[in-house]
Design a protein around this ligand. Structure first.
Ligand SMILES: [Zn+2]
Length: 338
């Protein structure tokens, strides 16, 4: 197999240094496209072609993988978890493990894993899946003052106007709040997609809450309503995951033999919902159904070796599940800087 590097980049000699553009392009290729924005500055400086410019420093820091976003290739997909930030959480129990008769077990598991039970934070993790043809945002954060989605999209180098599809897993405010800003659609060019039953449930309330009023009813003419198993864009399919809400739908994205499940809130808590079969979350509309859905999709995730990402798992909220004698464990991805 020919050496591509040798083909495209003449070997530099002391008398005739290789053109900087070729060197740079070659190095960027080695680092992967995701590293382009982050490495362009320091690389140019290392080559001595561009004087160090203080103004360049913030841009480099802003684009470093992990700074508000986490990007990873899965097959041909580029999956970017884009944090909407965190919110203070005074006590993890009973919100994230709500079964009243199992509080002592939940507390013991938190202690076993050294996960703080009090004075902690809740994470919010929208996801962008780029298929090469479509750029799909799944859930939109809280919006308003607290929402960090737009800031972190920019840090990731993702222009909000380049999002062509927005998919909403369910109608809770921390997932739909970023759909509008000041009464206008945030992702103005995007097709908006949501489960048919979910949309109907929220928009037919006698007194819809403010988030539903602004973000679902206010944008009702934009939404495409999808039944479970429907295609969102080629490669991305909705999956019925009822229980957290009755019409909750997750997203399974496929590239070759690689699959990534974007759970939304179907996965619950990264430790309690996994380690304790039957555990439910206080925000689950139907706790027993939510737990049954978890049992089914967790088993499938292990059997089919899916990548998984879940909205309230700790950032970067991307990894795999593994089976234990009882229940499951979350294995975070091995961090990649570029
Ligand atoms: Zn949520």
């Amino acid at each position: 197999m020919p050496d591509k590097k040798a083909e495209t980049t003449p070997a530099p000699t002391p008398a005739d240094p290789a053109p900087a553009a070729l060197n740079r392009r070659d190095t960027l290729r080695l680092l992967g496209a995701a590293g382009v924005l982050g490495v362009a500055g320091p690389l140019a400086r290392a080559q001595g072609t561009t004087p160090a410019a203080p103004a360049a420093a913030p841009a480099q820091a802003g684009n470093l993988n992990g700074n508000g976003f986490y990007r990873q290739k899965i097959g041909d997909l580029t999956v970017t978890v884009v944090s909407d930030g965190t919110a203070a959480l005074a006590a993890l129990l009973p919100t994230w493990g709500a079964n009243p008769d199992r509080q002592a077990d939940f507390a013991a598991t938190l202690a076993e894993y050294s996960v703080p039970a009090t004075n902690t934070v809740n994470h919010f993790n929208p996801v962008v899946v780029d298929t090469g043809k479509n750029r799909v945002l799944i859930d939109t954060g809280r919006g308003g003052e607290a929402g960090q989605l737009l800031n972190n999209l920019r840090r990731a180098g993702i222009d909000p106007a380049s999002i062509d599809t927005v998919f909403i897993t369910h109608g809770h405010g921390d997932h739909i709040g970023g759909l509008t800003q000041g009464g206008k659609a945030t992702f103005d060019r995007a097709r908006h997609v949501i489960g048919r039953a979910e949309f109907t449930f929220w928009t037919s309330q006698a007194q819809p809450n403010a988030a539903v009023q602004a973000n679902l009813i206010g944008l009702k003419d934009r939404f495409t309503l999808l039944d479970p198993g429907g295609e969102i864009v080629p490669g991305l399919t909705s999956v019925a995951t009822p229980g957290h809400t009755a019409g909750h739908q997750s997203v399974l994205a496929v590239s070759g033999d690689q699959k990534v499940m974007v759970f939304g809130d179907a996965a619950g808590h990264f430790l309690l919902s996994l380690r304790h079969p039957g555990a439910y979350v206080s925000f689950d509309t139907d706790g027993a159904q939510a737990a049954a859905t978890r049992a089914q999709v967790f088993a499938q995730a292990v059997a089919e070796k899916w990548w998984v990402t879940a909205y309230h798992f700790p950032f970067p909220a991307l990894g795999h599940l593994r089976k234990l004698p009882e229940g499951y464990e979350y294995e975070p991805t091995v961090w990649q800087w570029s």
